[in-house]
Design a protein around this ligand. Sequence first.
Ligand code: PA5
Length: 465
Amino acid sequence: MLNLRYDFNNLMAERVGEHGVTDAELRALGPKLAAAADAVEKSPLGFRKLPHNTKLADEVALLAGEIQARCDSFVVVGIGGSALGNIALHSALNHPEYNQLPRPPRRGPRLFVPDNIDPDRIAALLEVVDLDNTVFNVVTKSGGTAEIISEFLVFRDALIKKLGPERHVERIVITTDPERGELREIVKRFGYASLPIPSDVGGRFSVLSAVGLLSAAVTGIDIHKLLKGAAEMDARCRKSKKLWENPALAGAALHYLMDKAKGKNIQVMMPYAHALRDVADWFRQLWAESLGKRVDRAGKTVHAGQTPEKALGVTDQHSVLQLYLEGPFDKVVTFLTVEEFHTTVPVPPAFPNFEGVKYLGGHTLNELIRAEQRGTELALTQSGKPNCAIRLPRADEETVGALLYLLEMQTAYAGELYNINAFDQPGVELGKNFTYGLMGRKGYEAKRREVEQASKPNSQWVVNT
Ligand code: PA5
């Protein structure tokens, strides 16, 4: 039993008035929703096989054990779908100050996921890791993304300089498509250890493949439990195509209506648990890159998508909440909450003569964060601002596996409702192709000319100081 609850109450017209969804709107969506559920069930979606691949988890756990034994820093060289899931799992399931801990209790090497090519960031990373004890996991589905390949070349060169051309090979693990891409060819020719990313799983749906599993296992996360939670959620979604029995289908339906019928074209995910902050970041990519599409399946221009944003409770109560409460009616908030934290921090009683201080004494920070979440939820609801909540009993491997899988399924169903392809990313590819052209990759000369043509200096609308 996962005991994860998706609470949609505050999206309903009964709670938030004209900005909420009505029964009639839900009924009218019925046939379209049934078709969406059917389509998802019939599609051979690669990511749906991942929770059941315990054989891969065994293989990853074995490699992870061996890496744990021989290194003290582990660097994930990836970007977007090849990095955000790793970061989300790490913050959700490892100690909040993991890299600062001595080992033990730290369960594995320090973890670094730069998720960027900023030269200062990469140079700084090379200053703090000891190349004698560092393993680099190069993660790229296509095997060709410029950011990842260039970092690979930088780190490989540093390793060769430090350890020599032969020994450097043991410090690199390449996770990529099992057949396609030049990186796979490099693995075959140069003998790097490698793991597969199934050809039918795209980057943003790959967190439960070797992409996310290796860094998770290396840092001591129980990846079998993670998959177990996801598999339970998969069973739950397969069991019923009825709105109120399938949490992912309900999530897709309600958010679709929020966007299309109620004009809430922004969805803010707001975790009230520090551990889940990067789940919101991971979801931002999943929802945006999957649903943000210019054309629908019939080739009609639609410019579909609901803009995902992230906020953090309670931090952002003191930053953006004012706007959410009193600004435009263009948002829907999705809270992520945990019933239980891993620790309890009591607030010691003090200053009995100061009413503004004394009332907090004897409570706990746990009570305070829960009270603040309830307060924010009610304040939004009273202001007619729709909000929903995914309530986890706690952030552990099973519930986090289930949560990530739930959001992936919600995205797949939503893609069907919007009638777009949720599994491609032509916009991202266009940007990548311009970069290839500018950096001189063979075959992309026309793209280079296009950029150069478009970016001819024009001083007319520039302010120089
Ligand atoms: O989700 C996606 O498809 C993208 O974010 C990719 O993961 C990202 O662009 C990196 O691509 P690749 O793993 O193919 O190098």
